[in-house]
Unconditional design. Structure first.
Length: 491
């Protein structure tokens, strides 16, 4: 998970040595005009209907955005604002004084060309299901494909070679036809759809070894993905005002770190005030890290005595080996605060020989740490596609409003139906910085209708079955698994 993120741990793309495919300099339709700040559409009812109709109208006609997806136009002087969405008491409906939830108000790079993208990403309800949200998603995808095709030479050629026209998108099912880019392509090529000076962050996917995916973010793409995590944490009630201890199963960050996993886990510390933080992968100098399993055990014992809530984020393999070490050392089971939370991500890639079923891991967490099942979740994402996919209470990866997921046949690449295994294909219009609106992953997966999950979220969900094939390219999880193997040899 890419899902994933954020103090300023990235580096500006100008420091990288590779030659980038520069964005095409395209004048925007809104250049020189007063931009519109808009009232945001709600995630249900009339707000979405209005947004969908208006966004579709803008997409078809290309006229002024003064009646665009988000509502009333007015002059804007600043690029972003913050709006407080204060939690309410379930009993009284009154505003809570304990923890105001603040969502950033963001703006797309071009309000005319990306009106529907703005309206879609402004939806605060992560799992909204309606014909209106589908219509808005399709309108946003039309804009996204047109944006990248016009501003990135590579993607423009891909769209032309496949004879694809954005206007052909009429339904969500049609979005499976959006020309995709292989996730592995970003390991060898750096592509931009905005001018280089607009890039604010550069993240990579790999650890200490292997070929790195190079993904670049402008302010909109970065902050929009971050805000999606805000919306999801609010949905599940994971904001807290209680001082919290953190155990991060990710890389101890450095000032110039570009690793997506470290960026993600540090970003997740913002949802509850930090008391203490311990990173499992400790810096050893010269950019190297080592897994400190004994340090993890000691911190858990310390946190249990402290009594404050504990939040555990990062690779599940490291947590599993920590629990194994606790058993080997015959440590007594701990009873962490009931407000504790486990949120994992990164998978077991490179360590499949010792992978255990996730429900077995969840049982071990409950047994040895005292954290209940409903407070244990997994996440899925990547730097190539930073939409956050978070398990529901029944532990399924439901697709949020801002994305759609398809599964493609391993040979023909044709879209598959529910329950069939194939390549995972992500489609989302949120990103403006690189041509990653349609990405074909190397993960094997199957998808299912939302109605088949008893959690009642309603959106479709997918199940990951592993990686397709073998490659010299190594992800963060592969590098992490190598450290685990090194630690086992030293033990």
């Amino acid at each position: 998970m890419t899902t994933s993120k954020r103090k300023t741990e990235g580096t500006d793309s100008s420091k990288t040595s590779k030659k980038k495919s520069q964005a095409k300099p395209k004048p925007t339709a809104a250049a020189g005009k007063t931009k519109a700040a808009r009232t945001r559409s709600s995630a249900s009812g009339t707000g979405i209907k209005t947004a969908a109709r208006s966004a579709a109208s803008v997409t078809k006609t290309g006229k002024s955005a003064t009646k665009s997806a988000a509502g009333t136009a007015k002059s804007r002087k600043t690029p972003a604002k913050s709006t407080a969405n204060t939690t309410k008491s379930r009993k009284t409906g009154s505003k809570s004084k304990l923890y105001p939830i603040v969502f950033n108000e963001l703006f797309v790079p071009d309000e005319v060309a990306l009106a529907a993208v703005q309206a879609l990403c402004d939806l605060k309800t992560p799992y909204s299901v309606s014909p209106e949200t589908d219509q808005l998603f399709v309108a946003a995808m039309k804009e996204s494909v047109a944006w990248h095709a016009a501003r990135n030479d590579f993607y423009g050629r891909v769209v032309e070679m496949r004879g694809f026209a954005p206007s052909s998108l009429q339904t969500v099912k049609d979005c499976a036809n959006v020309p995709f880019v292989l996730a592995s392509f970003f390991k060898l090529h750096e592509q931009l759809s905005v001018p280089q000076e607009q890039i604010s962050l550069h993240l990579t996917s790999s650890g200490t070894t292997g070929q790195k995916s190079q993904i670049f973010f402008d302010d909109w793409s970065l902050q929009s993905a971050q805000r999606m995590i805000d919306f999801i944490f609010a949905q599940y009630g994971w904001y807290s005002d209680k001082p919290t201890n953190y155990l991060l199963y990710s890389y101890e960050s450095e000032a110039d770190s570009k690793l997506g996993t470290a960026y993600t886990d540090n970003f997740l510390c913002k949802y509850a005030p930090v008391n203490k933080v311990f990173s499992a992968l400790r810096r050893t100098g010269a950019g190297a890290h080592e897994f400190d399993v004994f340090g993890c055990v000691d911190r858990l014992l310390e946190f249990a005595k402290d009594g404050k809530p504990v939040r555990i984020f990062g690779f599940p393999a490291f947590l599993h080996f920590t629990l194994e070490r606790m058993r080997d050392l015959k440590r007594e089971p701990l009873k962490l605060s009931p407000d504790s939370l486990v949120f994992l991500g990164g998978g077991w890639k490179g360590n499949a020989d010792r992978e255990i079923d996730k429900f077995e891991l969840y049982r071990s967490i409950n047994e040895l740490l005292g954290i209940p099942d409903e407070r244990i979740r997994d996440g899925f994402g990547s730097v190539e596609h930073c939409i956050p996919y978070v398990e529901c209470e029944k532990h399924q990866f439901h697709v949020p409003t801002w994305s759609r997921v398809f599964v493609r046949d391993l040979k023909s690449l044709a879209p598959l139906g529910p329950g069939e295994k194939g390549f995972l294909h992500f489609v989302s219009p949120y990103i403006t910085s690189v041509p990653a609106c349609s990405v074909l992953m190397g993960d094997l997966a199957s998808w299912y209708e939302g109605s088949s999950c008893s959690c009642k979220l309603g959106t479709p969900y997918f199940i990951i079955h592993g990686r397709a094939g073998l490659s010299r390219n190594k992800s963060c999880a592969v590098a992490a698994a190598e450290m685990i193997g090194k630690e086992r040899k030293q033990a």
